[in-house]
Design a protein around this ligand. Structure first.
Ligand code: CA
Length: 201
């Protein structure tokens, strides 16, 4: 039996046609409005280049995180991706104080590359992103690129910081985030959202 004479049965032919049509469309666009076309092409190239460099974690790095953490970030914070912009690229602790281990992961906003922290609480799981294009408490800004060190601050007494603000009473573990030799702050969960407590300047 001979193959049916159907365009859909030949993917290569379809691809050639699409490629030819795209090329003609591009030539027409360049002829009609060259500057606008070049600007769009340049913007697309920059966007794809940024996406390529922020293409999440390597297979080995992903294998170091539980599936529910990666899936939580993908499904509930699809505008960011886990990225290894800092070493270590995640911390494990009980941030909401419910007795179950939670994770905080370095994330990058896909389009802008702005950095932040993605908290994934085991309960839910619940995903909260600070920075990476989103709002942050305190002086974190929407880009945590300034942060060059971080560690878990285990639940306990917080010493008085540089301001007159009273130290918080922690419900769970917290994060000590730093720009080394410059500033540090504690990020802690108040039961509803993450709060910022300035430690040093
Ligand atoms: Ca927890």
């Amino acid at each position: 039996m001979s193959a049916p004479n159907n365009a859909w049965s030949s993917p290569a032919w379809t691809y050639r046609e699409i490629r030819t049509a795209s090329r003609r469309l591009l030539m027409l666009s360049l002829a009609v409005n060259p500057f606008q076309t070049l600007f769009v092409l340049l913007a697309l190239a920059v966007k794809f280049a940024a996406a390529a460099t922020l293409d999440g974690l390597t297979f080995e790095q992903e294998s170091s995180l539980p599936f529910w953490v990666l899936e939580g970030l993908r499904s509930k914070a699809s505008n960011v991706t886990a990225c290894a912009a800092l070493n270590p690229f995640y911390q494990r602790a009980d941030f909401d104080g419910d007795g179950r281990a939670d994770y905080s992961v370095i994330v990058c906003e896909k389009l802008s590359g702005k950095r932040g922290i993605g908290f994934v609480h085991a309960k839910g799981p619940t995903v909260i992103v600070l920075g990476a294009g989103a709002e942050s408490p305190g002086s974190g800004s929407d880009d945590y690129s300034w942060m060059d060190a971080w560690q878990v601050f285990e639940r306990g007494r917080v010493s008085q910081g540089m301001t007159e603000e009273q130290p918080p009473t922690l419900r769970g573990d917290a994060l000590l985030i730093e720009k080394t030799s410059s500033a540090s702050a504690i990020l802690w969960w108040d039961g509803d959202r993450y709060q910022w407590y300035q430690q040093g300047d």
